[in-house]
Design a protein around this ligand. Sequence first.
Ligand code: GRF
Length: 207
Amino acid sequence: MSAAPKVPVAVLISGRGSNMGALIAASLTADYPAKIVSVISDKPDAKGLEHARGFGIDALAIPRSDYPGKADHEAAVIAAIHASGAKIIALAGYMRLLSGDFVNHFAGRMINIHPSLLPAFPGLATHERALAAGCRVHGCTVHFVTEGMDEGPIIEQEAVRVTGDDTPETLAARVLEAEHRIYPQALAMLARGDVRMSGDGQTRFGK
Ligand code: GRF
């Protein structure tokens, strides 16, 4: 029996792209159910663009400054995603707030990685805030993208133990290792149809 075709995925980035790199690495393994067909950045100098091109992946910059308004920019990104044939969109450090129209366009097909155990610490500076709050456990979350920032239904999480001598940097580094484990796992679950977002905005596991 031949393997099911890999589901095409677009990855949206703004910078370093290490999570994008983890998704690409996973997608190159034979039985992984998704392939990265496009990388799109709103920042032309994003390091991840060159990294993706090194794998022969179509990687393009769509700078916000090239467009008169947010809606025009988002329309260009949506057009590029459609042109790539991608069926799933993975946000990987994409530092733009997406409009409801954009989010609803890809409802149930767009996921994000966030460096905290949501619903704790949505937004920025998650490692600083976890340390300031005295958390003994921190971590990361992959979730479906909905209109509320970092509020979508959760697909996967990994906890990271906080040590007494952690700084935001040391904690971020350990959380990033966990991100690189769970993001490929969560994308594979979605591509295989083992998880979906139901009409009432909940995560449903199983076929
Ligand atoms: C990661 O910490 C991710 O959780 C957050 O932005 C960062 C992106 O890092 N959304 P990278 O570009 O994937 O290295």
